[in-house]
Design a protein around this ligand. Structure first.
Ligand SMILES: NC(=O)c1ccc[n+]([C@@H]2O[C@H](COP(=O)([O-])OP(=O)(O)OC[C@H]3O[C@@H](n4cnc5c(N)ncnc54)[C@H](O)[C@@H]3O)[C@@H](O)[C@H]2O)c1
Length: 437
């Protein structure tokens, strides 16, 4: 099948490459000429494990190509996916749909035959109706079915998630469109990935409800972590104790510095906006958003407390800057709020990240970046473990301690047992347990 993927970012590039790996002919389109030029040279514009090999193989076999020319991509395609960004609109938190609507209009002008137009971007309920209207008004003679197919992949494990999804959600009322979608996902369907057909609005809402639920689970355990610190309990044991209950499940119960990334923050806000517009308030999600925002900043205060309440003139090294490991994505990363809080308190901040420095640099003015955790920690008053990259899970703590000015280690991901930190000659500070003697 001929597929056009409009938008070649984290979702579009991974989806396009995986579809081509299933045997489909895919053209990935992006307005960003630098991205497309890089891809044509075999250079990945993002860091995602395994992506370079997947792209290289499928380009070599002639099933995957890149262009900035949307018309060329859409010409002759039986399925056109929209995978453009839907960031938060400045001011009100609503999803900014201008890229989706812009793409819909361009697609309508470029359609040369019958096709399904599939919204893979995360979009509020009713967006499919609007995309359909735009296509009908722009190209009244075009034969297009507008389908919702939200994406659930996680950055850092995107290829595995795309190829072995828990489910594939397809929202359409058209049997012809459903048949085409079955054909596209046939290789996964044969692997028994559940293909869930729903109405288009339902599919759109499933994506937001899933992300809001996961954000709630994270925020729940983060608040329990705060309580543990005060009452003398251990949040990791609490998480294990509740997670072993099948009705609860163990995932997303790891207390940390608050959720970030390109999805949860903006999607929870957009869902609240939808709920408000329809006068059906979602009070639990409202609290989640507030609690999470406050938590990110509170992590900066925790570091300042570890320094005895005054960070002015101190040097603090943050290890791990991306919102989670195995991605270079810095969007809404907790590290951004922590840096701000520390700089506001008069500290000098240093940063280390295995893949995220290039993206972090313009977002963190005044931060000094280092290419090794040890160099970042050399002479620092405190080290803060913010993102649990594998290379930060087996640090030589004694080496770290030997070059630091003050031996303060703040572990915001509970990677190291406090005893191990202390044996290395460092003082432990962290979350979800009472402070140490
Ligand atoms: N990143 C994730 O982990 C993830 C997971 C699931 C769903 N989503 C959703 O998928 C969508 C895309 O997210 P992303 O992280 O891949 O975004 P991104 O910002 O990485 O990529 C979007 C790309 O679309 C391009 N673009 C915009 N308008 C275009 C047009 N008219 N024609 C061609 N290209 C155009 C941009 O240049 C950009 O490269 C969002 O709605 C997001 O919420 C993201």
């Amino acid at each position: 099948m001929r597929i056009a993927m409009i938008g070649t970012g984290y979702v579009g590039l991974v989806s396009g490459a995986c579809f081509s790996d299933f045997g489909h002919d895919v053209i990935c389109v992006d307005k960003d000429a630098r991205k497309i030029d890089a891809l044509k040279q075999g250079v990945m514009p993002i860091f995602e494990p395994g992506l370079d090999h997947l792209v290289e193989r499928n380009v070599r076999d002639g099933r995957l190509a890149f262009t900035t020319d949307l018309k060329e991509g859409v010409e002759g395609a039986e399925a056109v996916f929209i995978a453009v960004g839907t960031p938060s609109r400045r001011g009100d938190g609503h999803a900014d749909l201008s890229y989706v609507f812009g793409a819909a209009e361009e697609i309508a002008r470029a359609l040369s035959g019958p096709a399904v137009v599939v919204t893979k971007s995360t979009v509020p309920v009713g967006t499919g109706d609007e995309v359909e209207r735009i296509i009908r008004e722009t190209a009244p003679d075009a034969q297009a079915w507008v389908v919702s197919n939200p994406e659930f992949l996680r950055e850092g494990a995107a290829i595995e998630d795309f190829k072995r999804p828990d489910r594939i959600v397809v929202g359409t009322d058209s049997e012809a469109a459903a048949e085409l979608m079955r054909e596209i996902y046939r290789p996964l369907y044969l692997n028994k990935a559940p293909l869930l057909f729903t109405g288009r609005r339902t599919a759109e809402l499933i994506k937001y409800a899933a992300n809001a639920f996961l954000a709630t689970k994270i925020t729940f355990i983060n608040e329990i972590a705060d309580l543990c610190e005060i009452v003398g309990a251990d949040v990791q044991d609490v998480a294990r104790g509740i997670g072993l209950d099948n009705r609860i499940g163990a995932k997303f119960l790891h207390a940390g510095p608050g959720y970030g990334g390109s999805c949860f923050p903006k999607d929870t806000l957009a869902l609240l906006k939808t709920a408000e517009d329809h006068q059906a308030p979602l009070r639990i999600v409202e609290s989640v958003v507030k609690v999470n925002d406050a938590r990110k900043r509170a992590m900066g205060r925790k570091v300042i407390q570890a320094l005895g309440g005054d960070a002015r003139g101190r040097t603090i090294a943050l290890l791990g800057l991306t919102f989670k490991p195995n991605t270079d994505d810095m969007r809404d990363a907790p590290s951004l709020s922590i840096v701000q809080a520390l700089q506001d308190a008069g500290a000098s901040v240093r940063g280390y990240d295995p893949e995220g420095i290039e993206q972090a640099r313009p977002m963190m003015p005044g931060v000094d970046f280092f290419d090794s955790p040890y160099r970042a920690a050399d002479g620092a008053d405190a080290v803060v473990l913010v993102t649990e990259w594998d290379v930060l899970r087996a640090l030589d703590l004694k080496r770290l301690a030997s070059t630091m000015k003050q031996p303060i280690f703040v572990d915001l991901r509970s990677v190291y047992p406090p005893e191990e930190i202390e044996e290395a000659g460092l003082r432990w500070f962290g979350i979800g347990r009472p402070p140490r003697g």
